[in-house]
Design a protein around this ligand. Structure first.
Ligand code: GLN
Ligand code: ZN
Length: 758
């Protein structure tokens, strides 16, 4: 029997110590010159490759590395650069590249949106008529040559396939087919150049193939991949899918490519069924996405081994690559940095490197027999058993059954609550507020770090936090904001902070993953049942309220967001975990209310990203997501105003569920998707309080009063004045104090001006 190989689909770019982030940020701030920036980035890129080589990966991905985002790389490579950046010819400069990613004072950034149902965000390619598509430089080729020359690695360039790239794009490109046809020559040139340099395999990612495939898509795919084959006959393409099961399996496997990559974690059942039903072509490699690339748990190796054995019935070993279920982009780098986790957890986690080690052992078990890996397999099994024992210790008495008796309804309808809230809160029309956080300055972060290290006592730290709250209460009052927030200075992260105070969570020291651009997050681990231990936000919120006569809004992170932004246990269904979190948050909401806080915002920015990729699975998810939110919030008095906040998402198709949350007010992003949201509201009359974010907080650019009053005026055309709120589109933690104050001043001025015109 031939040998089974190990392949990887993409390696985290951020580096073990988040060198990537630091390098980028120093470059943006100007403390790192371009030459040094390029050199540091190269070192990291090479180190990432070397690591995979050392771990024994047979097919190492290249071109997965980027300076910001891999979709943006493709756009820059194909000259999909909007005219406003005034890029003329040749390779896109770093300045233009980062302007597209982040915006500049002169130009807004390109749209950013979530990468399927993950917490990674990509930059949306923005095609403008009249822009000539061409190959500005062949990045996959550069990556391939670099790996070959410096490390002797025969890398497998990762490229987003034409259908998916087209679907990622927006703009006036005509029909999808026209756009794909414009792109094809650029793909062909890329592939031919790769082939000429001796590149053997290319991984073409077509993640949209798990979402749905129309007849037109199918025709385009056939055409595109046939063209590739004709143009570069020696080059082998593996068509890679992930995040769910492949649609149109029977037809897709007939495409003229040399391999098909399938997710056997997230689309396990359906993909397996397809494999059992249709004969897998003899001329193709099967990329078997075996290990969960989106989670941090060590896997049950024996189970995976048996799965491979089962697959052997359909495809022989020499035509199988075992690989993670998707790129390791959303998994931390290496668990070796985890020195503080309890041993039972430390032993049961696997980050990217450990996942590659698991794959290596699975390959060995198949190639050389189980005996060759006994020790490793036994150790993993023992670790998972320990984890189970620990879970038992914090088990709560909860079942989906007792959920029914708890209730998820507010005591009064929105209309009658709304009147009561208006009477008691006494807010002006178009009330102004912010989303919760104020700048996490170096000073704030360093105080927290000192406190964590023990260099600052808890009294000193508390005093510091109080000073920040007071400082920002005064700033907000001075600017003239109507509903104040305390600023979230005590929070390192909106999920970790809550997890630290709830039972069932654990925290890593180095479990960082990229969220967007240089921003990384460190998701907590939910390893067992979740329950409430003590109030989490009452102290700071109440202190803030004591300083002002204006109403203060308490800010919590919602159950679905906590779930979606954590690494969740995989031994119980996700909805169960979500309900457990909701019940714990319900205690917190009631504690705030009891302490005299009349507005409570429960942030749910991650609801949308948790949507299953296939529409058919949506209603089930939305049902438990909505129930979770309501479970957390419904018990308050009618006078208490429940807010929620969501960012970066298309709402059109889930607007009913958003209304079903039954929040009194929702604040959402509208500024960065350039008015698309507003037109959505034209079609759908939103009947509860709503704040359409009036400026993009992700850009350092300061919006003028005029442009914000424009946004407000447009918004007021589609939303009832009485329901209308004015706020930025997200929290302000990533901005500087000066930027924040300047922008908020303009925002309040804009609100005043529009209010006067009413
Ligand atoms: N309340 C949070 C903040 O202001 C919300 C962040 C978010 O939506 N991602 O930072
Ligand atoms: Zn937000």
């Amino acid at each position: 029997m031939g040998k089974l190989l190990v392949s990887n689909l993409g390696y985290p770019r951020i580096g073990f110590d988040r060198q990537w982030k630091k390098c980028l940020e120093s470059f943006w701030q100007g403390s790192l010159g371009q030459e040094q920036f390029l050199k540091d980035m190269k070192d990291l890129r090479i180190a990432n490759l070397q690591k995979q080589k050392d771990l024994g990966v047979d097919l190492i991905p290249v071109n997965d590395f980027t300076f910001y985002d891999h979709v943006l790389d493709m756009a820059a490579m194909f000259n999909v650069v909007p005219k406003r950046y005034q890029h003329t010819t040749g390779p896109v400069s770093l300045a233009t590249y980062f302007a597209m990613a982040r915006g500049t004072q002169e130009n807004v950034a390109c749209e950013m949106t979530k990468w399927f149902n993950t917490n990674y965000h990509y930059i949306v390619p923005e095609y403008e008529q009249g822009v000539e598509l061409k190959l500005t430089h062949n990045k996959p080729l550069e990556a391939f040559l670099e790996a070959k020359q410096l490390l002797g690695i025969n890398g497998k360039p990762v490229i987003i396939g034409p259908l998916s790239f087209a679907k990622f794009s927006k703009g006036n490109y005509g029909t999808l087919s026209e756009y794909v046809h414009k792109l094809l020559p650029l793909y062909i040139q890329t592939l031919q150049e790769l082939s000429a340099e001796g590149c053997d395999w290319v991984q073409m990612d077509e993640p949209f193939l798990v979402v749905n495939i129309t007849n037109e898509d199918m025709e385009l795919l056939k055409h595109a991949y046939q063209e590739f084959k004709t143009a570069a006959p020696k080059l082998k393409i593996i068509l890679q899918t992930y995040f769910d099961s492949l649609e149109n399996y029977e037809q897709i496997i007939q495409l003229p490519v040399a391999g098909i990559g399938l997710d056997f974690v997230h689309g396990y059942k359906e993909n397996l069924k397809s494999l059992e039903t249709f004969k897998f072509p003899e001329d193709k490699i099967l990329g078997l996405g075996l290990i969960n690339g989106r989670n941090i748990w060590r896997c049950d190796l024996m189970e995976k081994y048996k799965l491979i054995q089962k697959i052997f019935q359909f495809v022989p070993a020499e035509r199988i690559w075992i690989q993670p279920s998707c790129s390791l982009l959303t998994t931390p780098v290496s668990a070796t940095g985890e020195k503080k986790l309890a041993p039972f957890l430390r032993n049961s986690i696997a980050y990217s490197d450990e996942k590659l080690v698991e794959l290596k052992h699975l390959a060995e078990a198949c190639n050389n027999g189980l005996d060759s890996v006994t020790e490793f397999f036994n150790e993993a099994a023992a670790a998972l058993k320990d984890l189970e024992d620990e879970r038992r210790k914090i088990k709560i008495n909860f079942s989906l059954e007792n959920l029914k008796s708890i209730g998820i309804e507010r005591s009064e309808s929105f209309e009658s609550r709304f009147e009561k809230q208006r009477a008691s809160l006494k807010l002006p029309l178009l009330p102004t507020t912010t989303i919760g956080s104020f700048p996490q300055t170096t000073q704030v972060r360093s105080a927290r770090n000192k406190f964590k290290r023990g260099a600052l006592s808890s009294e000193e730290y508390e005093k510091f936090i109080k000073e920040q709250i007071e400082k920002w209460v005064r700033i907000q009052e001075e600017i003239g904001i109507d509903v104040l927030v305390h600023g979230e200075f005590e929070r390192n992260d909106m999920v970790e902070y809550f997890g630290e105070k709830l039972v069932g969570f654990a925290f890593t020291s180095n479990g960082w993953v990229q969220s967007y651009g240089s921003r990384c997050v460190k998701p907590p681990i939910i390893y067992g049942d979740v329950s409430f231990k003590e109030p989490m936000t009452v102290k700071e919120t109440v202190y803030c309220q004591s300083l002002t006569s204006k109403p203060v809004k308490g800010i919590l992170t919602g159950p679905v967001t906590i779930l979606n932004w954590s690494f969740v246990r995989d031994d119980v269904p996700r909805n169960e975990v979500s309900y457990q979190i909701a019940l714990a948050l319900r205690d917190e909401v009631l504690a705030l209310e009891a302490a005299g806080i009349n507005l409570v915002q429960v942030d749910e920015p991650a609801v949308r990203e948790g949507l299953p990729l296939k529409k058919i699975d949506w209603s089930d998810y939305l049902d438990w997501a909505v129930k979770s939110f309501r479970l957390a919030t419904c018990k308050v008095k009618p006078e208490t105003q429940i807010h929620t906040h969501m960012c970066y998402c298309e709402f059109q198709d889930i607007i009913q569920s958003i209304l079903d949350l039954d929040a009194d007010v929702i604040s959402i992003e509208t500024s960065r998707s350039h008015g698309e949201m507003i037109s959505a509201f034209e079609k759908f009359k939103y009947s509860k309080g709503i704040g359409l974010g009036v400026y993009d907080i992700h850009s350092p650019r300061i919006p003028s009063k005029e442009e914000m009053s424009d946004v407000l005026t447009r918004g007021l055309k589609v939303v009832d004045t009485k329901l209308f709120w004015v706020n930025p589109d997200c929290g302000l933690k990533t901005r500087t104090e000066d930027q924040t104050i300047a922008a908020l001043k303009n925002m309040v001025e804009a609100a005043k001006e529009v209010r006067e015109r009413l």
